[in-house]
Structures are given as structure tokens and as C-alpha cells.
Write a protein that binds this ligand. Structure first.
Ligand code: ZN
Length: 91
């Protein structure tokens, strides 16, 4: 199942894992339970932010002990609140 991005008016964006058939349904915000709209990421943004994200991860990794299995362990699989990207607030 793929992750889809949703935007809660009060709490900001979050991601939810759901079947592709339900992708266009509104999601319930994990923080306030309110209805959240589906967010479509502009395809150009991913290309722009990916090199930056990789650079940041590499920088962070080099600051700690190398850990080949630690990357997935620290991340919850769903309902992760991400900081609002600037393009979300722009409109
Ligand atoms: Zn909310």
C-alpha cells in the first residue's frame, strides 16, 4: 500500500498508508480527528528537495556512529506528522 499525503486545516500535513482504491477519500486527522484533504505533491518539488534531503541525511549520519539497520527503525509507519512544507502555506 502506498502512502498518501493529507492536510488537516488545524494540524497541518500528515501521511497515511491506505489502499489505492481509497486514495481519494478524505482521511481523519490522527491528532484532532477532523477531516483532512488529500494533498497532491507537485512533481517538480520532489526533484528539487530530494538532493537536499539526501545531503542532510548524509550530514546527520556522519555525525553519529554508522548504523546500517537504524534508518527504518526510528520511523513510525503511519500517522507521521511532518513539518509543513513551504508550498503548502503558499496558497
Ligand atoms: Zn487535525
Amino acid at each position: 500500500m502506498p502512502f498518501y499525503e493529507f492536510m488537516c486545516e488545524g494540524c497541518g500535513p500528515f501521511e497515511e498508508l491506505r489502499p489505492m482504491a481509497d486514495a481519494s477519500d478524505p482521511a481523519a486527522c490522527p491528532a484532532c480527528g477532523g477531516e483532512a484533504r488529500r494533498v497532491f505533491s507537485p512533481p517538480g518539488l520532489a526533484l528539487l528537495t530530494r538532493p537536499l534531503r539526501c545531503a542532510l541525511e548524509r550530514e546527520e549520519k556522519s555525525a553519529h556512529e554508522p548504523d546500517v539497520v537504524g534508518e527504518k527503525r526510528g520511523r513510525p509507519m503511519s500517522h507521521r506528522h511532518a513539518p509543513a512544507p513551504s508550498w503548502v502555506l503558499a496558497h
